[in-house]
Write a protein that binds this ligand. Sequence first.
Ligand SMILES: *[C@@H]1O[C@H](CO)[C@@H](O)[C@H](O)[C@H]1NC(C)=O
Length: 260
Amino acid sequence: MILSALISPLFYSAVIINLAAVLAMAAPSSAHNTHRADIPVNYGMVLFPGFQALDVFGPLDILNTLSFTYPIHLSLIASTLDPVTTRTTRSSPGSNFSESVVPTHTFANPPKDLEVLFVPGGLGTRAPEPALLDVIAYIKETYPSLRYIVSVCTGATLLARAGILDGKRATTNKKAWGEVTPLGPNVKWVPVARWVEDGNIWTSSGVSAGIDATFAWVSAVYGEAVAADAANGLEYERHTDPSWDPFAAIWGVPGSSSSS
Ligand SMILES: *[C@@H]1O[C@H](CO)[C@@H](O)[C@H](O)[C@H]1NC(C)=O
């Protein structure tokens, strides 16, 4: 009885099917296919007046590239559905140099099932706080259900004011260090860092550092091959060492080599 089962073709096909199922389950954790079955689908970017353009479009253009391969969704979330401008009160009166982005959602009516939230910085993060209360409140209430949050530049101060960086390691823009780190008195600010990863919170240094941080995040979540392919497609030379940071010394950040 057992012997006949062993040699029956049906038995062998069952073994092959089971083997295929086992291999399919194992595939996501294999070196060539990191986390592929578990990659995020729903991305969000918050916007507020005076956001820094590259803080938004550096990370987004990397994700734009990923969207050629992966079915991912983007929500652009702001106070209202009106276009949000990069213009700030510090713009010279004779200049109208600015760009606007059209949101898809508001903080009052945000997207459901968001998995990854990006938070840009910019001079707008230093606006009088009433203008920022809704974005700070949104970060605070959304963070617990997120898989990842990634801030660029002074976007870290919005995370700090939402309370989600308390006791965590984080970094921010080095030129603005003295002005913005007091906004997060309970944050373990890292003075020399291109970016910092603490749990599911990624914070990057100033502006262009958001590109390196996003590539590092893509490498961690999608696998290094995907990050390298996207960087080569964008012809971008990455800094892959999170402690690479000449700007801390240039701006005299306390704790960097140039500070006393
Ligand atoms: C800036 O002003 C010029 C001249 O009035 C106008 O043509 C242009 O559309 C303005 N640009 C923006 C971004 O508002």
